[in-house]
Ligand binder design. Sequence first.
Ligand code: ADP
Length: 212
Amino acid sequence: MSTIELSDRQKEIVKIVKKNGPIRGQDIASKLDLTRAALRADLAILTMLGYLGARPRVGYFYSGKSIISLLVENIRKIKVGDVQSVPVVMNEKQTIYDAIATLFLEDVGTLFIINDKGFLEGVVSRKDLLKSLLGNNSAQNMPVSIVMTRMPNIHYITENEDVMEAAEMINEYQIDSLPVVEVVDNEGLNLKVVGRISKTNITRIFVELGEE
Ligand code: ADP
């Protein structure tokens, strides 16, 4: 979608096809007082971008796609695995102090907590940690597991799901991030954390699509 801003001539072509389609290339050309050859590049771009469809011997037709629907189509192609970040993981026995230090060191807002087997056990956020310290200074030596949100209440996603799905979950559950997991054992719900997808990843996609 590098040419999302159409030229005046391209806009004119779309208008003609919308009104008259299906219409042959040479008929578009004659409406614009141009040769078929002069239009070839514009028609190729418009079909490539999905504004126009082309059928042999029938001609060009308007595909009815708005810029928004083209954008959404592109977002739908992006998988969680394409944009995820490295997860920051801690053992459930580590302390609240360790968790706070890790947030600063790793520059993240959420930590994923695993058990001794290495499987996802919980999620701890900035506010969980702040809350644990309110009125209780000695809490920093307690295990992080006492403040985390626990399985099975953790929302998670897998690498081959749509990034749109992740965005919808983050929005619906009002959380900052989701652990990206590999389901090792569905019945015991043993989940291995392989990534992290956060509001930051989603915002970055938005910026990149806007810049393209
Ligand atoms: P903040 O601390 O900035 O509010 P969140 O909005 O991510 O961060 O967290 C809000 C609450 O939701 C916290 O109690 C946190 O433990 C919990 N939480 C965060 N991420 C998840 C998740 N993926 N699944 C379930 N609960 C979560």
